[in-house]
Design a protein around this ligand. Structure first.
Ligand code: AVI
Length: 320
């Protein structure tokens, strides 16, 4: 008999608390079990989901300038590294420009996925950076976290691509940027990708793909709850919703009940009527100046910013 997946600390408690709250909500960090991480990888390749390819193209197009800004001998720390695809582009660019990185420390809540990604990265970079120390850390970086001791000269650079900062509300984003500053310490910096405010139709299309992958990603929360938190969600009773709210400059994702139903989670019963929603994610969008002002609240100084001709995405280089 196969063992049931081990419930991560806090998932069932968080789900019960979120379904008991008004409005109902669940943290997007629970999207990323193995199935959710694989679905997110598929999202990144969807034609409508422009952020990944735009940011990757920015990294490639400005590789020399970015590598020169970051400088040599720094350990790259990447919270929420996922598949570490963009780190490969960055590390290669640094090596090519003669700005040899000292190491790579990816952090991710999804341990198996992270270890596989680190092994793949080592293999992929074996030609260019054969001795690069890669130190994957399976952890929830939103909880108190002690990083391993710094390497040799101790300079660290944070790398937070993908506009994951947008998944935090502005005050939470400031708190996270402060936390990154503590990890990185003096002499380092932060290279961070930020999705820009733009035509709402472009945003709407990116989070409502016709292939249904984003819907599957959202609904995987309930499948995960059934697998790991003693829940009995009937998936046919729920639908994915994603829409732009201009006042908050964000995409909101929800799971919406299609009918009256009762769901049990960890022995607790929750009643829903048609149209009741559970808010599962915010994806905040920023103007360049808006993000620089947010970063300044956390003590980061804007140094350089790279963006694409269509003004879809921005890559910011910040120092303390
Ligand atoms: C990880 N994060 C930046 C993605 C985003 O666009 O907010 C997560 C995502 N949600 C739906 N599609 C992608």
């Amino acid at each position: 008999m196969q063992a049931a997946p081990r419930a991560p600390a806090g998932f069932a408690e968080d789900l019960v608390a979120g379904l008991s709250a008004q409005p109902r909500r669940l943290s997007p960090k629970w999207f990323y079990d193995d199935a959710g991480s694989a679905l997110f990888d598929r999202i990144c390749h969807l034609p409508a989901y422009y952020p990944t390819r735009t940011e990757t193209a920015l990294l490639a197009a400005h590789a020399d300038e970015i590598a020169a800004a970051l400088g040599p001998d720094a350990e790259i720390v990447e919270p929420g590294a996922g598949s570490a695809r963009k780190a490969r582009v960055l590390l290669r660019a640094m090596q090519r420009g003669g700005w040899r990185p000292a190491g790579y420390l990816p952090i991710d809540i999804s341990g198996d996925h992270l270890r596989a990604a680190a092994a793949e990265l080592r293999a992929d970079l074996a030609d260019a950076l054969p001795d690069l120390p890669v130190r994957p850390l399976a952890a929830d970086f939103l909880l108190p976290l002690q990083l391993p001791a710094p390497l040799a000269d101790g300079r660290r650079i944070g790398f937070y691509p993908g506009s994951s900062i947008g998944n935090f509300e502005p005050d939470e984003a400031v708190a996270l940027l402060c936390r990154f500053a503590d990890w990185i310490g003096p002499g380092g910096g932060l290279l961070i990708g930020v999705d820009r405010v733009k035509d709402p139709q472009v945003l709407h299309a990116a989070y409502n793909d016709p292939e249904g992958v984003t819907a599957a990603f959202n609904l995987n929360l309930w499948q995960r709850a059934n697998r790991e938190a003693g829940a009995d969600f009937d998936l046919s009773g729920w639908q994915h919703a994603a829409f732009y709210t201009p006042v908050h400059q964000r995409i909101e994702m929800h799971l919406v009940s299609r009918r009256t139903q009762t769901v049990t989670v960890a022995g607790r019963r929750f009643d829903f009527v048609e149209g009741d929603s559970v808010h599962t994610e915010n994806s905040c969008k920023y103007t360049v100046a808006g993000f620089q002002a947010l970063a300044a609240r956390a003590g980061w100084q804007a140094r350089q910013v790279w963006s694409d001709p269509q003004a879809l995405f921005s890559l910011h280089w910040l120092t303390r």
